[in-house]
Design a protein around this ligand. Structure first.
Ligand SMILES: Cc1cc2nc3c(=O)[nH]c(=O)nc-3n(C[C@H](O)[C@H](O)[C@H](O)COP(=O)(O)OP(=O)(O)OC[C@H]3O[C@@H](n4cnc5c(N)ncnc54)[C@H](O)[C@@H]3O)c2cc1C
Length: 394
């Protein structure tokens, strides 16, 4: 991996990107393609170490709306060609997403969604009866009535993706460099102030993940963002997990798992988790293990995949929990585009989809910055009217 790390930031740049997670790296990737002279500033000692490595790394086209499906399909095209085009293995595994329902009411809901997806041209989503699901994936529980499955969905290594994009971009970055203020004068960006000196510039992108609101506040802006903790339970070694299985999701509870390492990652997106201030590090709640693994828990992963009971009965299996934060917007779509301050741009608020969303959305942002697409056609504009919608948390 050929990363260009500098000890100090330069005195000036065309464009400063604040934050070197997957979103900052995707911004650098497209900015470099557009020929911009960029610098990436990262507060932590290493890039892509806050939220990005916490992600499950899932990507999918099975969405409930056409816009997100089309945007993410642009990202997926980049993922699938990344190794052959750029020579970086980002750990792609196209093992599918399997959404299982155990509820009679879930059957017509899934049917309607799959019909809609077929209508958008996503014709490779399969609708399987419970028995068809078990014929294909014998470890699926008897209570599963129906499932929807798309083989082309899958997962990747989010940190490898971020570092790969950063490396390909050849964009220099400074670690241990915290932006304390975006300097604004007469409504225009003039630069950024950091613990390692000032950088003069007329364009700044805020890609600071959960801290994007904090950074924007230094320029006097209040963003429609809030942060919510999300956790990942890791079994690094669970021999009973079939390593060729898809991402498996309980439609009713949102509990899900996917094979990883020599075991699996397991998650539950708890709708009752309250918003909490942006944090680094994010505190862990070890109760997640019981909620996910105890067969008697209402959100137990054993509902859909009974073999996880072994992790409950076999106390010798080692596990760990890590936590990050989703950076949410009122309509669960990111904020991509300009602010009221000339030269200050946003690339944040991915609401749990930053790995799969950021390559495409960062291309959209750089097109806007370079005047390659009109500002008024941008559906992700930060000043759009927010229409609240049900969260798609996986
Ligand atoms: C448990 C979990 C599972 C997830 N699963 C998926 C998934 O399967 N698929 C998917 O697409 N997404 C998933 N996500 C969401 C995804 O991880 C995020 O959307 C994405 O990582 C956000 O990237 P980012 O670059 O914005 O944030 P980060 O990775 O947090 O990067 C922001 C960077 O900005 C830096 N920074 C902050 N303030 C400053 C400052 N003042 N100066 C300089 N630097 C600063 C931070 O140190 C940090 O490195 C998941 C998230 C979690 C928590």
């Amino acid at each position: 991996m050929d990363l260009r790390e500098l000890d100090e930031p330069p005195r000036s740049a065309d464009l400063v990107i604040i934050g070197a997670g997957v979103v900052g790296a995707a911004t650098a990737f497209h900015a470099a393609r557009a020929g911009l002279d960029c610098i990436l500033l990262e507060r932590r000692p290493l890039p892509a170490t806050l939220t990005t490595p916490r992600a499950t790394g899932g990507f999918r086209l099975q969405f409930d709306n056409r816009e997100e499906m089309e945007l993410v399909s642009e990202s997926v095209e980049l993922f699938l060609g990344f190794n052959s085009t750029h020579g970086h293995d980002i750990g792609i595994r196209q093992q599918g997403y399997l959404w299982c329902t155990m509820d009679e009411a879930g059957i017509p809901r899934q049917q309607g969604l799959v019909e809609m997806q077929h209508g958008w041209g996503l014709t490779d989503v399969e609708l399987l009866t419970g028995d068809e699901t078990r014929a294909r994936f014998p470890w699926v529980g008897e209570r599963v009535l129906q499932a929807r499955f798309r083989q082309g969905d899958g997962f990747l290594d989010p940190r490898a993706l971020a570092l790969g994009m950063l490396s390909v971009s050849r964009t220099p970055f400074v670690a241990g460099c915290e932006v304390s203020e975006v300097v604004v004068d007469s409504g225009c960006v003039r630069g950024v102030r950091t613990n390692k000196g000032e950088v003069a510039c007329e364009q700044v992108v805020i890609a600071a993940g959960p801290f994007s609101g904090t950074v924007a506040a230094t320029a006097g802006l209040e963003l429609p963002l809030y942060t919510v903790r999300r956790q990942k339970l890791i079994f690094a070694n669970a021999p009973f997990v079939p390593q060729d299985s898809p991402m498996v999701i309980d439609e009713e509870t949102g509990a899900h798992w996917r094979p990883a390492l020599d075991g699996a990652f397991l998650l539950h997106t708890d709708a009752d988790e309250p918003a909490s201030p942006a944090a680094d590090p994010v505190p862990v709640d070890h109760g997640l293990h019981r909620r996910l693994i105890d067969p008697d828990s209402p959100v137990s992963i054993c509902r859909v995949t009974p073999f996880w009971e072994r992790a409950w009965t076999d106390g010798s299996l080692e596990w760990d929990i890590v936590a990050g934060q989703y950076t949410m917007t009122p309509d669960h779509r990111p904020l991509i585009g300009p602010t009221d301050i000339e030269g200050l741009w946003l690339n944040c608020g991915y609401s749990g989809h930053g790995v799969m969303g950021s390559p495409a959305c960062s291309r959209v942002l750089i097109d806007l910055i370079c005047g390659q697409s009109p500002l008024d056609g941008n559906q992700l504009a930060p000043d759009r009217e927010f229409i609240e919608r049900e969260i798609s948390s996986i």
